[in-house]
Design a protein around this ligand. Structure first.
Ligand SMILES: C[S@@+](CC[C@H](N)C(=O)[O-])C[C@H]1O[C@@H](n2cnc3c(N)ncnc32)[C@H](O)[C@@H]1O
Length: 274
């Protein structure tokens, strides 16, 4: 496990207010989970500056050079400082990696399949889109690609308790919906948790649906490029009734958002000028 001295050295050099990264306590939780579960092949979705990636790599390096992390992010540019590339902290903090690492831009959970030719993942960390249902969709897409015994860690399970992030309920719902074994950080705001996968992915359909039944807070439609891939994955890996329900939910959400937007547009147009 990483010591607080090792964690703090990285924070002192690279942290700035508003960088949107995990905290030192979260880094301790993740490194403890890696130490306890000894994974060989890990997947991370949501890299941003690369702070969490740095700690995952440092924890994996302690297990041996053949351990591997595959990290993906939907962007190439770091959202809090667009002059920097996603993952830039990794290069600065650990120029000599002690394990294998792949970083992929413009990719998301559905792309995890691309990296599973040789073996499934045995550890995953989800810290991407926080509005509900994205963390549940990420989990759903990853479940068929993880080995039995895998811990899936989720960041920001308590984010919704901060008033300005009240709509970011995604991580909370997926953590709540999943059955034991689960772990939650005891440090700081207890904002990171993990659940262990020890059944076939189809046996989690009920938990996924329980999470998806909670109010969706994502403000826009789920775009075609995403839902086409989601439908492809659920058709391939999950039961027919589950796949049908996922389609129904996404279509109902998109219809609701489109109707709301049309009403807002009509109301704006009917307002007299000035
Ligand atoms: C909160 S930041 C990640 C912080 C990082 N884990 C850390 O602790 O340093 C969220 C990142 O997820 C990315 N993202 C948002 N939606 C995504 C999606 N659907 N798939 C993959 N990445 C996504 C964003 O571009 C952003 O870089």
């Amino acid at each position: 496990m990483l010591s607080f001295d090792e964690i703090d050295t990285v924070f002192q050099q690279h942290y700035f207010e508003g960088m949107g990264s995990i905290t030192r306590g979260d880094a301790k939780f993740l490194s403890g989970l890696i130490q306890a579960s000894q994974p060989h092949k890990c997947f991370e979705v949501g890299v941003a500056s690369g702070m969490s990636t740095t700690f995952l790599l440092m924890a994996l390096a302690k297990l041996g050079p053949e351990r591997k992390l595959v990290s993906v992010d939907i962007s190439r540019q770091y959202y809090a400082d667009r002059s920097k590339q996603v993952g830039y902290v990794v290069d600065q903090a650990i120029p000599d990696l002690g394990c294998e690492f792949e970083l992929h831009f413009n990719q998301w959970s559905a792309d995890a399949e691309t990296f599973c030719d040789d073996a499934k993942f045995d550890f995953a960390f989800i810290d991407a889109h926080h509005s509900h249902p994205w963390p549940t969709l990420d989990t759903m897409l990853l479940l068929p690609l993880v080995a039995s015994g895998t811990w899936i860690a989720c960041h920001d399970i308590a984010l919704k308790d901060i008033p300005r992030f009240a709509k970011e309920t995604g991580p909370f719902h997926i953590y709540q919906a999943f059955p034991e074994p689960k772990k939650k950080s005891t440090l700081e705001r207890k904002n990171i948790g993990a659940f262990q996968i020890n059944r076939r992915h189809q046996e989690y359909e009920e938990a996924l649906l329980a999470s998806l039944a909670q109010e969706w807070t994502v403000s826009g439609v789920i775009k075609k490029s995403f839902y086409d891939r989601i439908y492809q994955m659920v058709d391939q890996y999950y039961s027919e009734s589950f796949a049908k329900e996922i389609r129904r939910m996404i279509e109902a959400h998109n219809l609701m958002i489109n109707e709301r937007r049309a009403k807002q547009k009509a109301a704006k147009q009917s307002k007299p000028d000035g």
